[in-house]
Design a protein around this ligand. Sequence first.
Ligand code: NDP
Length: 499
Amino acid sequence: MAECPYKLTTADGAPIADNQNSLTAGPRGPLLMQDVQLLEQMQAFNRERIPERVVHAKGSAAYGTFTVTNDEIRKYSKAKLFSKVGKQTETFLRFSTVAGERGAADAERDVRGFALKFYTEEGNWDMVGNNTPVFFVRDPHKFQMFIHTQKRDPKTNVRDMNMQWDFWSLCPESLHQITILFSDRGIPASYRHLNGYGSHTYSLYNEKGERVWCKFHFKTDQGIHNITDDESAELISRDRESHQRDLFDSIERGDFPTWTFFIQVMTEDQAKSFQWNPFDLTKVWPHADFPLIEVGRLELNRNPENYFAEVEQASFSPSATVSGIGFSPDKMLQARLMSYADAHRYRVGTNYHQLPVNKPRCPVMHYQRDGVMSTGQGGSSPNYFPNSHDDAPKDSPEYAEPAMPLGDVTVDRHDSRTDHDDYTQAGNLYRMFDDAHRDRLAKAIGGALGQARREIQERQLCHFFRADEDYGRRVAKELGIDVQALMAGMGSGGERRHS
Ligand code: NDP
């Protein structure tokens, strides 16, 4: 008889003979501890939930394809995903409500999350936006307080208009977003019928190192469709999962929703004279002054196979960016760069990047290691940097982002190794030691350094010489290194010449 391809097993892979009856002493019990099959099932069940997102807890998502339709953006960005018209990139888009918990109804009046992951050949770019171009607050210090007002009262455990309007009435910067939230767009008819906005100001930079500020817009090709409060109440009474159902079903029947992706661009000079702070998340850039430039088309065309694995564990962070797309001084963006990845480390786990939905489609090589549920990232390669291993990951200076002027200073990865004297004070300390102490020092170093490879010993020896010649000579003696012969093989900079 052919082997059944659907053989039920334990988590350890052993076939299960009976999956409906517990192991008991006699037909009426009691149960036995040795029913490991039952124990495993109960224990796994107890651990099914991970912490739900504090915000954007209820979501729906799908995979898709982004296609470049206009390469004008190449003037501004060197990002590979925009490199030519027709170029396609796999994407994953998660929509969500903001305030409701995981069981909340989809059709409530709320802002909608629009979190889009591009799996580019140079890493993941997460455009973690909303269906509104602005937000309630401009300073991250107020964000957690604002979210508390949208959630349940600590005593009554119900949502409370006093909390919401108390906060809003004390924070006039929220008025723009309040106006959008209570306008017709406050209750989208479905996830297919809303726009997505990056909301923050980001930056783009090109091959020449020129930077512009930029806003991202994804306009629905299905048209904006909204429902009224009455329609929402009626819909929710019938279906709490209306938007999930609509998105899933439309993709299943091959009716793939699409969005057109546009950017707005502002030069650094324009930013200086713009009537508002261009980095203020409560403001838009008027379309008339900063016209939309088309970039491409996003199509959602594949439903996830497993909601938990792919949607609940999907982890988006504005910190996931690619060469050619950068950040801006927007205070809210700066805070989100930390808090989103941090939330996923807590919610999903240290190694959330390694899960299939989050994993970049390009090779990932770095020196981060281990942690809960690691799949062995990094293998047997070194876990420290700098190192002398030719086959270990190396930084690529050609990916350096252009320095960003900020008042009197520039934001850059300023080299902490230049303009520093690393030798004088080490030498001064050495010269304070008496002869016996110097010998003990050299002996202790020789004992440790002597166990390292010869080329490492020689490289380190140069540093001792630079601090104090006698220091170098004593350590060399301990290592059994002939200094004269070593010097003869060195370049003028003191580095060993490699043939
Ligand atoms: P425009 O007349 O050029 O733009 C108006 C835009 O408003 C439309 O293009 C549409 O954006 C958007 N819109 C229409 N109805 C609503 C609504 N009920 N809720 C939210 N947005 C709506 O003027 P401005 O560019 O000067 O913008 C004026 C206001 O429009 C802004 O204060 C902002 O509230 C809203 N808006 C502006 C956007 C921008 O980037 N400038 C983007 C979105 C909204 P869309 O075409 O994106 O659907």
